[in-house]
Design a protein around this ligand. Structure first.
Ligand code: ASP
Length: 352
């Protein structure tokens, strides 16, 4: 356990991408809003001076077109990663202010793109706008700042609700509650205790050494589909979802430890997709634990079809990893090998 959040010499860069944190009311509900620098400064001045003194200096970059993250695409993740990569030597750490709806997807993509960054990237947002009554926004910004220049922290994290979670393990769990996120298969990396950031280093991913950035191109698109199984699912429905040349990867959200119906039509559709070169990935609909293909005979077909097991990855991690690897235009063998290798602490059971 280490106290964190002390002032570093280089400032932290805050990137404001949009989300509820910066939204304002409109006739049609909350909409992204600008002028965030002045609003942030006003809010920060309400933090008691002793607590402000513990936080690092920061510089704010504001997107000229902040978005509701429900419209985010891999192109947005590409722009954020490119920005951080371009200036990474000038800052002690980074904070991304983002909408909560797809925040976990963005955090995963940043983790895959910025491997070896060697500095913290804290992604946060809020359930209520900065100026709303009882807003969680300033508390989350304080949490993010407190962890953003922490020595010993060198991974992409989600800082939310007073906790620090690994970015590649976090999921939006609550629609309204200020806790916001959970990390079902990995314990929190840190937490705020009486407004002081406390890090648990033994839970952190040690990703140091030279940067090994893998930036995805700005025109990157998502060539994948998610297919959750449901009882009574028809092979024809599955075929309509995946038999499309634009779809090159399929996230098959299976039952339990990786089971699917023993329906010859469904298995035939998957065999056809696999034979045509699509990457098939199996993950579990259970939020806790991972898949173990072949535990049951009903899941053994997936092994025969060469389906990749997502282990205990979240759907956000598996989906953004597949999108990431597809965007790098790797050979089939290399893509399969890298999908099965943990790249940013996204898979593998917690044993310590
Ligand atoms: N729809 C919003 C967004 O994701 C929700 C939020 O930020 O909490 O941008």
């Amino acid at each position: 356990m280490e106290a964190a959040g002390t002032q570093g010499s280089a400032p932290v860069l805050i990137l404001y991408a949009g989300g509820t944190i910066g939204m304002r009311e409109s006739e049609r509900g909350l909409v992204p809003a600008d002028d965030f620098a002045a609003r942030l400064e006003r809010a920060m001045s309400s933090i008691p001076p002793a607590r402000q003194a513990r936080l690092p200096r920061y510089t704010l970059w504001e997107s000229s077109a902040p978005i509701d993250s429900s419209s985010a695409t891999p192109a947005d993740w590409s722009r954020l990663a490119e920005h951080i990569a371009a200036v990474h030597e000038q800052y002690a750490g980074f904070i991304v202010l983002h909408g909560t709806d797809t925040l976990a997807w963005c955090a995963c993509s940043l983790a895959f793109q910025l491997q070896g960054l060697g500095k913290p990237v804290i992604v946060t947002g809020s359930q209520k706008p900065l100026e709303a009554d009882d807003s969680d926004a300033l508390g989350n910004i304080e949490t993010a700042l407190a962890f953003s220049a922490t020595p010993g922290l060198s991974e992409v994290c989600v800082g939310f609700g007073g906790r620090l979670l690994r970015g590649t393990r976090a999921r939006k769990w609550y629609t309204h509650d200020a806790i916001g996120f959970e990390s079902p298969n990995w314990p929190p990396l840190g937490e705020m205790v009486e407004h002081v950031a406390v890090l648990y280093p033994s839970r952190c991913h040690q990703d140091r050494g030279a940067p090994r950035f893998e930036l995805i191109p700005p025109q990157a698109r998502s060539p994948i589909v998610r297919v959750p199984l449901w009882p009574g699912m028809q092979g024809e429905a599955l075929e309509r979802l995946i038999d499309d040349d634009a779809v090159t990867g399929v996230l098959l959200e299976c039952w339990g430890s990786g089971n699917l119906p023993e329906d010859p039509t469904i298995i035939g559709v998957l065999a056809q997709a696999s034979a045509s070169g699509k990457t098939l990935v199996a993950l579990s609909q259970c939020p806790v634990g991972g898949v173990r293909l072949g535990t049951y005979a009903s899941g053994a077909h997936l092994v025969d079809l060469g389906v990749l097991a997502a282990d205990d990855m979240t759907v956000e991690a598996a989906g953004s990893k597949l999108t990431h690897l597809k965007a790098l235009s790797l050979s089939t063998d290399e893509l399969r090998r890298r999908f099965l290798t943990p790249l940013a602490g996204e898979s593998g059971a917690f044993t310590r």
